[in-house]
Design a protein. Structure first.
Length: 480
């Protein structure tokens, strides 16, 4: 008996060692999950990517600006990149340019691309919001599961306490001769079974907590407990009386997933316009400035004659007015030319250009038509996905309303059964204490009542959750 009493004390102390720790409310769990859950983080990355795509589409409408700088050395017979003369020498050169261009008209392709990327960005944000709502509902399920298992554990502990009390009473009745000694074994077996149920419920509680911790991305080794709010079955059963059409219309306006599907249909419509724009001419403007330098670009206007020599060339016999004469040419050798200074060349070779360009698509091997057809298929695909999403939403709401009404009936039936079995157990217990009932009748009545209490607990939390699902589709905040 001392051992059994000690066991009960240990059971009653389970989880109480963490009672001093701050407990997590449902709201805190939902907020933490929405900030740290990996699925949420993936959706956030999708939003960031969509924002970048939208920014890129807007910037594509602006002029571009590119700079180029080059330097090199040419060998052998080459064309001087500056003087454009044929030379046989090593030529060092340097060049630089700055160019810009802008698309003036391309069939509104750029403008529609900006609109489309904006719709895609909003759709990504709606997907993130939908993921957050789904996570909130999943957290609520895990939270309610913990509360349900805690109630089942508490019921199992009370059942074990009662069995131990009945064990003591049976000892006394056997000593008084009111019951046979064999009845003690039945009660001891009942106590052992109740102990096993307590252990099983404790394991269920550990697993329920683990599921919630994993959903919150919390370290399972860290201490974690949730709050136990006062949860009562609402007297106002408004959720059971609402009509499908009413809830469905509300959900169409508050479910982010539906908004996302509608945005993607609009995006696909713009996709067709973008593809069709490739059939139209593209009108653009461009401009650039450039300059260059060569180490073989000489200053021919200012020759250096300091080391030059006048050389008489070969004489050539000629006749002038029928008189013989000798014609000779003089060549100036040793003339040197200085390389033009670097910055003088940069300045002298500075050039600019402006222009307009018109590109007219004539034949692109069917690529434009293919892209248009693919865009039309993408639109049809998104329209079907939108219809599927709305159809699935309507079916889910219809199922949620039916489940809530069935759960309410189940809860009422379970409560009624528990009340009737509680009365029957009270009468059987009173007879048992007076020795007018045997152990089998007593334990049977007790087990029936315990099962009824468990059924009521399960039915209660199932009904609460089903009500929360209806609230979810009505756009109400998930709380307890």
């Amino acid at each position: 008996m001392i051992i059994r009493t000690f066991l009960i004390a240990v059971v009653l102390m389970s989880f109480t060692e963490l009672s001093g720790q701050a407990r997590w409310s449902l709201e805190k769990c939902i907020q933490y999950a929405q900030q740290n859950n990996l699925t949420i983080k993936l959706s956030e990355l999708n939003v960031r990517d969509a924002v970048l795509q939208n920014r890129s589409a807007k910037q594509a409408m602006l002029p571009n600006l590119n700079a180029s700088v080059g330097a090199g050395l040419q060998f052998g017979r080459r064309i001087d990149p500056v003087s454009n003369d044929f030379i046989t020498d090593n030529v060092g050169f340097n060049s630089g340019s700055l160019s810009s261009g802008i698309t003036i008209y391309n069939g509104s392709k750029l403008r529609n691309s900006v609109k489309r990327s904006g719709l895609d960005m909003e759709a990504a944000k709606e997907d993130l919001a939908q993921t957050g709502q789904d996570i909130a509902l999943m957290v609520a399920v895990s939270y309610l599961t913990i509360l349900q298992v805690e109630d089942q554990l508490e019921n199992a502990k009370k059942r074990l306490e009662l069995s131990l009390v009945q064990l003591e009473q049976t000892d006394k009745l056997i000593e008084a001769g009111s019951l046979p000694a064999a009845d003690l074994q039945n009660i001891e077996a009942q106590v052992a079974q109740d102990e096993q149920i307590v252990v099983a419920r404790e394991n269920d509680l550990v697993i329920a907590y683990l599921d919630l911790q994993q959903m919150l991305e919390l370290d399972p080794d860290k201490q974690f407990l949730i709050e136990r709010p006062d949860i009562d079955i609402p007297e106002d059963q408004e959720a059971l009386e609402v009509q499908l059409t009413s809830v469905y219309n509300q959900a169409l306006n508050n479910q982010p997933g539906i908004k996302a599907s509608e945005l993607r249909v609009r995006s696909a419509q713009l996709g067709i316009k973008i593809a069709e724009a490739d059939r139209l001419p593209v009108f653009s403007a461009f401009g650039d400035i450039s300059t260059n330098y060569s180490n073989k670009s000489f200053d021919f206007e200012n020759p250096d004659l300091s080391n030059s020599n006048l050389v008489l060339g070969p004489e050539i016999p000629v006749e002038i007015n029928s008189y013989p004469a000798q014609l000779a040419t003089f060549n100036l050798s040793g003339v040197e030319y200085q390389t033009l200074p670097y910055f003088d060349q940069i300045t002298d070779n500075f050039g600019q250009s402006l222009g307009l360009n018109l590109s007219i698509p004539i034949y692109n091997r069917g690529q434009i038509n293919t892209n248009i057809q693919r865009a039309e298929i993408a639109l049809q695909n998104n329209e079907i996905l939108e219809k599927q999403a709305k159809q699935q939403l309507k079916q889910d709401i219809q199922r949620a309303l039916a489940d809530a009404r069935a759960a309410h009936k189940n809860y009422l039936a379970a409560s009624k059964a528990e009340s009737a079995l509680a009365t029957a157990y009270f009468n059987t217990e009173r007879k048992y204490k007076l020795g007018a009932s045997n152990t089998l009748e007593f334990t049977t009545s007790k087990n029936q009542l315990d099962l009824a209490r468990v059924d009521t607990i399960i039915a209660k939390y199932d009904f609460i959750f089903k009500l929360k699902v209806v609230d979810f589709y009505q756009g109400k905040k998930i709380d307890l």
